[in-house]
Design a protein around this ligand. Structure first.
Ligand SMILES: Cc1cc2nc3c(=O)[nH]c(=O)nc-3n(C[C@H](O)[C@H](O)[C@H](O)COP(=O)(O)OP(=O)(O)OC[C@H]3O[C@@H](n4cnc5c(N)ncnc54)[C@H](O)[C@@H]3O)c2cc1C
Length: 486
């Protein structure tokens, strides 16, 4: 019964939840009381602005309806959509907990900013189609009164995928799905490719697919800052600290087939304050796990995966940090302004960066080549041995390139099927996921944030059906394989 219910996505109905904190009282009243008390004390005491109660402005509130763990693009998108879709303005209190406000290791700012519809799964295509309309109308969504408009620097230059003889049939069937979903993608023979992009060496290329509209790249940092500014204006609270613990209660329940399951509900999120041993408990009704590459650890803190192997309790969130390098090079003889984001059949990719003959690119390592994710140091030999040779073979002008800069970032890598994990956990009933996108989370953030907000507020996905992305697939062993993971 449990298996059947999960397959049908019925777990929402089985385990009904409601929005509201355990103590029940309105946190607005509580805050209001505190400030009233402060005002009274201040009025008794001499000394002008002296505040007898120590400054607590850096501390999180004691209660919040929703606590979002991680203030990257996905966490902020969830915050935005929760506030946008709330039925009563100011009805939902949302707190974003982010441990590093410089985002020094967060994936969002270290990504290459690409957006494409050239996926193989309809859900991924639909998410990116929605995202591109969101990005094109960014100032309708994220404008803030009296603040300058956002300029995402969107370069609609398209993605160009190159397939060898072996990959041509898969490419053709992927493009069929993309077109069915409404993406404007064309197939090109090697000859057509040579005519359109004469700087490409078509040796070993059997077929190419080229995005004609709504694909390209943009500035991820601008989107992150724009979302942050907007959600703050909508009343979302921020706190700099690290989520280190959850307190929860458990209930034993029996399914219709008499199988016992333990349902857990998180009541408090413990936030360790920056530069301090102090932690603050925040009472809450819903927790959103948007901790990117670290979301597997956050799931573990909630007890997810800590049961017997093979059981739902024992099923981990299979998301871990995987290190990916990006190299930036200068090449005056390079392809120039017309260059799209090229994905070679070898897996190496590149795109133009700015207007000064600079390009950036890289390649995902094979399982055997996976670097140690313990730090973000760059392996320059990886470029010499694994990235440059295939790129120079494909674009002969790159023989003369000069690497100027390089960095590394973490993919929020889903080791099970490299796709996103969206929606609630079936047993830790008030933890929701927005993670695991393995290299395409930036572009899907607008659609994923909306989907998670719909699930929290309505109990089901309303616009794009993301049931295939639910956590339960890990227990059921149902992979949803995306062919175009870069
Ligand atoms: C090199 C590279 C290139 C990429 N290129 C693309 C691309 O072209 N297109 C695309 O769509 N995607 C791309 N991606 C993927 C994309 O960047 C990610 O999928 C996306 O940014 C994930 O967003 P996020 O908010 O989940 O994660 P993050 O941006 O990493 O945010 C998660 C946040 O959670 C915080 N956090 C973690 N644990 C805790 C805790 N315990 N308490 C408090 N805070 C915590 C972290 O500090 C972090 O700021 C790329 C990624 C990399 C590394």
């Amino acid at each position: 019964m449990l298996r059947r219910a999960l397959q049908l996505g019925w777990s929402r109905g089985l385990f009904i939840r409601r929005l509201g904190t355990r103590r029940g009282g309105s946190s607005l009243d509580w805050d209001g009381n505190i400030s009233e008390i402060k005002k009274k004390i201040q009025s008794f005491l001499p000394g002008g602005t002296w505040n007898p109660l120590y400054d607590t402005s850096h501390l999180p509130p004691e209660q919040s309806d929703v606590v979002i763990v991680g203030g990257g693009v996905l966490g902020l998108s969830v915050a935005y959509w929760l506030k946008k879709l709330e039925k009563i303005q100011g009805g939902i209190r949302v707190l974003v907990v982010e441990r590093d406000h410089t985002y020094s290791q967060a994936s969002t700012g270290l990504s290459v900013g690409g957006i494409r519809q050239q996926f193989s799964l309809p859900e991924n295509i639909q998410l990116s189609l929605f995202s591109v309309s969101f990005l094109r109308n960014i100032n309708e969504h994220l404008a803030v009164v009296d603040a300058p408009p956002l300029d995402l620097q969107f370069n609609p230059s398209g993605y160009l995928f190159l397939a060898s003889e072996k990959g041509a049939a898969i490419m053709e069937s992927n493009v069929k799905v993309q077109r069915q979903e409404g993406a404007k993608v064309c197939l090109m023979s090697p000859e057509q490719l040579r005519n359109k992009f004469p700087w490409i060496n078509t040796e070993g290329v059997a077929l190419a697919s080229y995005g004609l509209e709504d694909e390209g790249w943009f500035d991820p940092w601008c989107l992150l800052q724009g979302l942050r500014r907007k959600v703050q204006s909508m009343g979302v609270l921020f706190c700099q600290g690290e989520v280190t613990r959850f307190t929860s209660s458990s209930d034993r329940m029996k399914t219709a087939s008499e199988k016992e399951v333990i349902l857990k509900r998180i009541h408090e999120v413990h936030v360790k304050m920056d530069n301090s041993l102090e932690y603050q408990p925040v009472e809450c009704a819903i927790v959103i796990n948007a901790a990117g590459a670290w979301s597997g650890q956050i799931a573990e803190l909630a007890g997810i995966g800590k049961g017997l192997p093979g059981t739902l309790q024992g099923t981990k969130l299979p998301v871990e940090p995987r290190k990916r390098y990006v190299y930036l090079w200068h090449c005056p003889q390079g392809p120039g302004l017309e260059a799209p984001l090229v994905i070679d059949s070898s897996g190496a990719y590149f795109r133009r960066e700015g207007l000064g003959n600079n390009y950036l690119g890289g390649r995902s390592p094979t399982e055997e080549e996976e670097p140690d994710p313990g730090n973000l140091e760059v392996d320059h030999d990886f470029f010499q041995d694994k990235v440059w040779p295939p790129l120079a073979q494909r674009v002969p002008a790159f023989e003369t390139l000069k690497v100027r800069r390089a960095w590394a970032g973490y993919y929020d890598y889903n080791t099970f099927d490299q796709n996103g994990v969206v929606g609630p956990h079936p047993l830790v009933v008030n933890m929701y996921f927005a993670t695991g996108f393995s290299g395409h989370g930036l572009q899907q953030a607008p659609g994923v944030g909306r989907a998670v907000a719909e699930m929290v507020l309505e109990g089901h996905f309303q616009t794009i059906n993301l049931n295939p992305f639910l956590f339960s697939r890990f227990y059921l062993g149902e992979k949803i394989q995306e062919q175009n993971i870069i």
